[in-house]
Design a protein around this ligand. Structure first.
Ligand SMILES: Cc1cc2nc3c(=O)[nH]c(=O)nc-3n(C[C@H](O)[C@H](O)[C@H](O)COP(=O)(O)OP(=O)(O)OC[C@H]3O[C@@H](n4cnc5c(N)ncnc54)[C@H](O)[C@@H]3O)c2cc1C
Length: 525
């Protein structure tokens, strides 16, 4: 994977590199016009960033602690640290609404500075939001501010070191502010790789991956991010928690699992020890066609249950295949019919496994479509989020949702979520789905929704999201397979883990963060 690390900030009200923002390609625009109609968005609006509420004394303390260059109170810096990149976040940013901008952006350079910042936040009762890449899609960067003297965005951008490499144990210690491509570039210099490629890879950070239990597009081969983590350092208002002295143990419950997915509510992750692999000498990506989503899903289940996992394994449903979203960032163009599966193999020598996987897929009704479409998927794998902005530009509401369930319930969940979305959003809604991650016992379903924007698109999406979320819980599935809880999923997360689960989380929070300054209102119901 050769990806230049982003050297720039993301666009304030769109996904990604401002230079990559563009209109819909002509063919897509024609299709969109046919399906939804085109309604150009209004011209840019004025943005008024609220006056910061920190006192001169508080700002001076921060400057003494971090140095004046690392305490930022300018409008633009605060605007760029406001919320994340969900569709509601983008809609609000487009409308010029930055009412919940942090009062200051502070940039600690070490674990000790993070600890000192937490002590300062407790002293002055300031809420703190750890900021990694800013790609949250669940409101994880939008804490409650009521009752606090102000909000500090703790930007981990200065903590970008590869601290340690152990090629005997095959582990590496990474600092939290490293973005995906930066971490991979540092590891590649040692002949190593992590293998974590979420669609947000170009901007999301190591700390964010751990704090949200992220899952990447190569999870079939390299595992979810939480499976890669062997150790963590967490700064809390009560002191430092250092975890991971052995690869596995029976020393009580595994506290690493309490930190993974804690979304800044229990502390700030300042280092992550990960398991690494040798850089693969070979990479082959190919496409397969299956007659139906069910047939393709059964084939995936067979691979997962017979130790035949490739590195990448994804399957688009009929609608997603027809729109060709699986293999490129544009829609339309030549499609395969049926359902498209992407299969990728990476390793020192992939021929043996590829032959076994291919034989199994052919035996289960798959037709090989060759490497061209596989390579097209690789080339376009990080482009789709730009399409969402171009759709918003022409009055189409587009957003994604994800969940997971056991194989036996896959079909029921698929139908329930699709039905919930179309019932709420109406007949002109298009719902696409793919199986994005596969396990022996089940899989995740990733939905993309597009519908004409209503007068109040925020309310339109809130209602649809609520209905689809309830459908997930009612179907016995999880509210999130990899996007995390944030503020948006809390209500359904509470249903998923029940009152005892909620009280455990609250008790841990009360111990580690007695004054509640850490990301208030995020994750914990
Ligand atoms: C277009 C797009 C595509 C996406 N694709 C995927 C995908 O394929 N797979 C996937 O898993 N997710 C995906 N996401 C969701 C998101 O990218 C992930 O949740 C990612 O792990 C967040 O990382 P980040 O560094 O951007 O974290 P941020 O957005 O900065 O933060 C996320 C949460 O973690 C907390 N946090 C951040 N850093 C730390 C730290 N060091 N210590 C403690 N808490 C911290 C924040 O306070 C916040 O609550 C996608 C998002 C977008 C916008």
């Amino acid at each position: 994977m050769t990806h230049e690390p982003p050297s720039h900030e993301m666009h304030a009200s769109r996904w990604g590199d401002p230079a990559s923002a563009g209109p819909l390609p002509d063919a897509t625009r024609d299709l969109v016009e046919l399906a939804f109609g085109i309604r150009e968005s209004p011209a840019a609006v004025d943005v008024t960033v609220p006056v910061p509420s920190l006192s001169p004394g508080q700002l001076e303390e921060l400057r003494v602690l971090l140095g004046p260059d690392h305490v930022l109170t300018g409008d633009e810096e605060r605007r760029l640290r406001t919320r994340g990149k969900s569709t509601p976040d983008l809609l609000r940013a487009r409308a010029g609404d930055v009412a919940d901008a942090p009062d200051a952006v502070v940039r600690p350079g070490s674990h000790a500075e993070v600890e000192a910042l937490l002590a300062l936040a407790v002293r002055h009762h300031l809420a703190v939001v750890p900021f990694g890449g800013g790609t949250s899609v669940t409101g994880g960067l939008a804490p409650r501010r009521e009752g606090f003297a102000g909000v500090l965005s703790i930007d981990l951008v200065r903590m970008k070191a590869l601290r340690e490499v152990d090629t005997v144990s095959m582990t590496a210690v990474l600092e939290p502010g490293l973005r995906g491509p930066e971490a991979e570039a540092l590891l590649a210099e040692e002949g190593l790789l992590l293998g974590h490629y979420p669609q947000s890879f170009e901007y999301a950070s190591i700390g964010g991956f751990a704090a949200t239990r992220s899952s990447g597009q190569s999870s079939a081969g390299y595992g979810r991010f939480d499976a890669m983590v062997v150790g963590l350092t967490l700064a809390t208002p009560q002191g430092t928690l250092e975890l991971g002295s052995s690869p596995a143990n029976a020393a009580g419950p595994d506290l690493r699992q309490l930190v993974l997915g804690s979304e800044g509510a229990f502390g700030i992750i300042t280092a992550v020890r990960v398991r690494v692999r040798r850089l693969p000498a070979q990479k082959v990506y190919e496409a397969w066609q299956f007659g139906s989503f069910s047939e393709g899903a059964d084939a995936m289940r067979h691979l997962a249950q017979n130790a035949l996992m490739p590195t990448v394994l994804r399957l688009s449903d009929e609608t997603e295949t027809a729109l060709n979203l699986a293999s490129q960032s544009d829609v339309g163009g030549g499609t395969t019919g049926g359902c498209l599966m992407i299969v990728g193999h990476e390793g020192p020598d992939v021929a043996g496994r590829r032959a076994l996987v291919s034989a199994a897929l052919e035996g289960l009704g798959g037709t090989p479509l060759g490497e061209e479409r596989g390579d097209a998927w690789v080339a376009g794998r990080f482009h789709a989020p730009y399409l969402r902005d171009s759709l918003l530009d022409v009055g189409v509401l587009a957003e994604t949702l994800e969940t997971a369930t056991f194989w036996a319930d896959r079909e029921r969940l698929y139908t329930a979520v699709k039905d919930a979305l179309t019932a709420e959003l109406g007949d002109r809604t298009i719902v696409l789905c793919h199986i994005s991650h596969v396990y022996e016992t089940g899989c995740s379903l990733y939905f993309t929704v597009a519908t004409p924007q209503a007068e109040d698109p925020l309310e339109q999406w809130r209602a649809a999201k609520a209905r689809a979320s309830q459908a997930m819980i009612d179907a016995g599935a999880t509210i999130t397979h990899h996007h995390a809880v944030g503020t948006d999923h809390r209500e359904w997360f509470a249903q998923e883990i029940g009152p005892v689960g909620v009280s455990i989380l609250r008790a841990v929070k009360a111990e580690l963060d007695p004054t509640g300054v850490l990301n208030p209102g995020v994750m914990i119901p």
